[in-house]
Design a protein around this ligand. Structure first.
Ligand code: SIN
Length: 283
C-alpha cells in the first residue's frame, strides 16, 4: 500500500477526517506515518470497509503503543485487551454514552482507541467527537491562564459504581460484564489543561464522565467552572459526527478529543470491538 494512494478528507473544521485508500492490516511504515500524522492533525480518523479480526485490530493498535487491559470492564476470552461492546436490540445503549475521553481515571490515561464496527443499526448509533484543542483555543487568554495551573481529580466512580450503573453488569447478566475492584473508587489528579506530547498543542482535559472536581477550589467554584467548561466544550463548532457502516474503523486521540456514543437506536443491535492504547501521564 503506497502512501501516495492515501486520501485524507476532513469531516468538519475542528475535528475528524475520513481516510481512504488503506487496508489497515497491511500498512507500510510510510503509510502508517501518514495515518499517524492525520490522527495528530484531525484528532479522530475514520476508515471504511476494513476486515479486521481481533488479532489484526490488536496488531494495528500496537503500532501506536501497548494495548491496555481495562481494570473494570471484562475483555474477551483469550483477548483481555479487547472489549466486545454489544448493545442488543430492545435495550438502551449504556457504554460510552456521555462526553468523555477514555480512561482519564488512569494515572496514565489512554493515548488512543481503535473501534471496529461489526453490526451497525440502519439508523442511529453514531459517535460524536469534539476537539478539546479547538475548545481551549476559543477561550479568552484570561481564562486560559486561570485554568493553566489548575489540576482536577478524576475517578471511575460516576460511570462504574455498581449502585449508579446497575448491578446486572457486575452480576454477569449484561452483554458487557464488569469486574468490581478498588479501581472503581481510586482518584487521580491531572492538569485541567494538558500539552500534547507529540504536537505541543494545549487542550482542555476535564470531562463530564470522569472528572470529579477541580483541586484547591471551593466545591461551588469547582462545580461552576466545570459546568462552564462542559457547556463550552460541547459547542457544535468543535464537533464532528461519524456515521458508522459495517467494517468501519474509528481511531481517536484521547489526549485531544472527547467522544460520545449516541443512544438513539433502541430497537436495533450494535456490535463493536474496542482496543485502547496505553498513554503517558498528562502534563
Ligand atoms: C466508547 O466510548 O469507546 C464507545 C464509543 C461508541 O461505541 O461509539
Amino acid at each position: 500500500m503506497s502512501p501516495e494512494s492515501i486520501e485524507v478528507r476532513p469531516l468538519a473544521g475542528a475535528v475528524g477526517a475520513e481516510i481512504g485508500g488503506v487496508d489497515l492490516r497491511d500498512l507500510s511504515d510510510d503509510a502508517f506515518a501518514r495515518v499517524r500524522e492525520a490522527l495528530l492533525t484531525h484528532g479522530a480518523v475514520f476508515f471504511r470497509d476494513q476486515t479486521f479480526d481481533p488479532d489484526a485490530q490488536i496488531a494495528f493498535a500496537r503500532r501506536f503503543g501497548e494495548p491496555e487491559v481495562h481494570p473494570i470492564v471484562e475483555g474477551m476470552d483469550g483477548r483481555p485487551e479487547m472489549l466486545r461492546v454489544h448493545k442488543p436490540a430492545g435495550a438502551s445503549a449504556s457504554f460510552g454514552v456521555g462526553w468523555h475521553t477514555d480512561n482519564s481515571f488512569f494515572e496514565r490515561p489512554s493515548l488512543g482507541s481503535v473501534l471496529y464496527g461489526e453490526t451497525i443499526p440502519p439508523v442511529g448509533g453514531d459517535t460524536l467527537y469534539a476537539s478539546m484543542e479547538a475548545a481551549y483555543q476559543a477561550l479568552s487568554p484570561r481564562m486560559q491562564s486561570f485554568l493553566g495551573d489548575l489540576r482536577a481529580v478524576h475517578s471511575a466512580s460516576r460511570a462504574y459504581d455498581p449502585d449508579g450503573v446497575g448491578r446486572e453488569k457486575y452480576e454477569g447478566k449484561a452483554p458487557l460484564r464488569y469486574r468490581y475492584s478498588e479501581a472503581v473508587h481510586e482518584e487521580v489528579e491531572h492538569p485541567v489543561v494538558r500539552t500534547h506530547v507529540d504536537t505541543g498543542a494545549r487542550s482542555i482535559y476535564v470531562n463530564p464522565m470522569f472528572t470529579q472536581r477541580i483541586c484547591d477550589l471551593a466545591e461551588s467554584e469547582s462545580h461552576a467552572i466545570l459546568e462552564m467548561l462542559y457547556q463550552h466544550c460541547a459547542r457544535p463548532d468543535f464537533q464532528c459526527r461519524f456515521r458508522w457502516t459495517p467494517g468501519a474503523v474509528a481511531l481517536w486521540d484521547n489526549r485531544q478529543v472527547w467522544h460520545y456514543a449516541m443512544d438513539d437506536y433502541r430497537e436495533h443491535e450494535r456490535v463493536m470491538y474496542r482496543v485502547t492504547i496505553a498513554g503517558e501521564r498528562p502534563v
